[in-house]
Write a protein that binds this ligand. Structure first.
Ligand code: ADP
Length: 187
């Protein structure tokens, strides 16, 4: 099993592209945001705890996600691979993932950085808020907060993988299919 990390800002299109890439590669699409939303729907302890952070546009604390990621890796061991969407989002999470990958004998094959300029992110965010039922997509202040936290806490993770020579940058601008083709060509 190998891991492809789909990396990018909120509203960069990771979810959409993750699903397409999963269909085209046969890898499993694993979105930590989706898992947390499912936990909330099922009223689990993790779901309820995570909700307080998500609602404010904050990141869920690293320690709450570690067990979740390890169980994903264990469950997917027999898969060809996974497309990890939304993790890691902090340097600490990147270090945890490295440790877990080693522990379970899986490789991080590549980090696909979906590059979308800030003004386009904001435009997409506004558009998405119109038909989203997500608790963190309703308030423009919360959406801006998510972009701000991305720049502060998550962007350095991109540099971490550039240093490890694992990262490829893909322009996330254009039609969905066009972007999907670019991603496919880069893996
Ligand atoms: P987006 O990519 O649009 O920000 P996601 O669905 O990936 O949305 O994530 C929604 C929210 O779930 C995040 O804003 C954050 O609060 C929480 N979350 C998801 N993944 C992580 C993670 N790896 N670390 C901390 N919080 C996370």
């Amino acid at each position: 099993m190998e891991i492809l990390i789909l990396f990018g800002a909120p509203f960069s299109g990771k979810g959409t592209q993750g699903k397409i890439l999963a269909l085209k590669t046969g890898f499993m699409h694993v979105s930590t945001g989706d898992i947390l939303r499912d936990e909330r729907k099922n009223h689990t302890e993790l779901g309820l705890l995570a909700e307080t952070y998500i609602r404010q546009g904050h990141l869920v604390p690293d320690e709450l996600l570690e067990e979740m990621i390890e169980s994903v890796i264990e469950k997917c061991k027999k898969e060809k691979g996974i497309i990890l969407d939304g993790y890691p989002r902090t340097i600490n999470q990147a270090v945890t993932l490295q440790m877990l990958a080693q522990k379970h004998g899986v490789a991080i094959r590549k980090v696909l950085f979906l590059d979308v300029p800030q003004d386009e992110l904001i435009a997409r965010g506004i558009h998405r808020s119109q038909d989203s039922d997500r608790i963190d997509d309703k308030d423009p202040n919360i959406m801006n907060k998510r972009i701000e936290i991305y720049r502060r806490d998550t962007k350095p993770v991109g540099d971490y993988y550039i240093n490890k020579k694992l990262s490829v940058t893909i322009s996330g601008i254009g039609e969905i299919e066009e972007v999907a083709e670019r991603i496919l060509a880069s893996i």
